[in-house]
Design a protein around this ligand. Structure first.
Ligand code: MLT
Length: 244
């Protein structure tokens, strides 16, 4: 079993993702937001690549729906919710269909559409993701979303955190160089991840907008006991797909 990590979702087309497990990681904040929404009972999420598609999808979708997401990390005019995971409370999202558009995260989800299984993962559900990768036993690509087509520190640290949760299993899988970098960086800074984040682009931008609470939440490990999967264009709770 081989595991590789990408610096941004753009690289996915060069990776051979077919027949692999993919994990989409947008640590600040799209992965945490989707995981929180599913955890709080949202029926499904429809990730879309841009605002035009978001509006068309919203109009065509029947049922109890919310139009959600961001541009430059800010809630868009006319949208029901922005991209703060803390907005996605049970009261707000339970039973709802979420049409969701973000700058990098939803594009990263769509880039992984032809994987055998596409999971949404980050710090908040790291152990669940790690266990699932091992259970599936397939070659795996951790798709770091990145920011504006470039490497983003927080995604690499989240990839390292997921790899770390496979404790002691490194011996049984092959890890590429970027994966080793992610794992070793996470292990070196695990007790002070914010030190590692100082001066990084998206983190500083999010902080400048006053989203400190989001940052704390997004870097909290294993606070959500949920595994969202992307299948046939929608993100749902993995449990809802199990057929006994
Ligand atoms: C994205 O998809 O780029 C984001 O999650 C940006 C944000 O923090 O809102």
């Amino acid at each position: 079993m081989n595991i590789s990590v990408t610096p941004s979702y753009d690289v996915v087309k060069y990776e051979r993702i077919l027949d692999k497990t993919a994990v989409v990681i947008d640590a600040l904040r799209a992965s945490a937001t989707m995981i929180t929404a599913i955890s709080n009972g949202c029926e499904r999420i429809l990730p879309v690549e841009d605002t035009e598609v978001a509006m068309d999808t919203y109009k065509l979708t029947e049922g109890d729906k919310l139009l959600c997401g961001e541009s430059r990390a800010k809630k868009l005019p006319g949208y029901d919710l922005g991209n703060s995971p803390l907005e996605y409370t049970r009261q707000m999202v339970e039973g709802k269909i979420i049409i969701y558009c973000t700058s990098n995260g939803t594009k990263a989800v769509k880039s992984a559409f032809d994987a055998n299984k596409t999971l949404i993962g980050t710090f908040v559900n790291a152990s669940m993701v790690a266990a699932k990768i091992l259970e599936e036993g397939r070659d795996t690509v951790l798709v770091c979303a990145g920011t504006k087509h470039c490497f983003s520190m927080e995604d690499m640290l989240a990839a390292g955190c997921i790899l770390d949760k496979m404790k002691g299993m490194e011996g049984i899988f092959g890890l590429d160089d970027y994966g080793l970098l992610a794992l070793r960086t996470y292990r070196s800074y695990r007790n002070n991840l914010m030190e590692m984040m100082q001066g990084t682009r998206h983190y500083e931008y999010i902080k400048s907008l006053g989203f400190e609470e989001d940052i704390k939440y997004c870097f909290s490990e294993d606070i959500c006991d949920i595994l969202p999967v992307y299948e046939e264009g929608v993100v749902v709770d993995e449990k809802s797909l199990r057929r006994d």
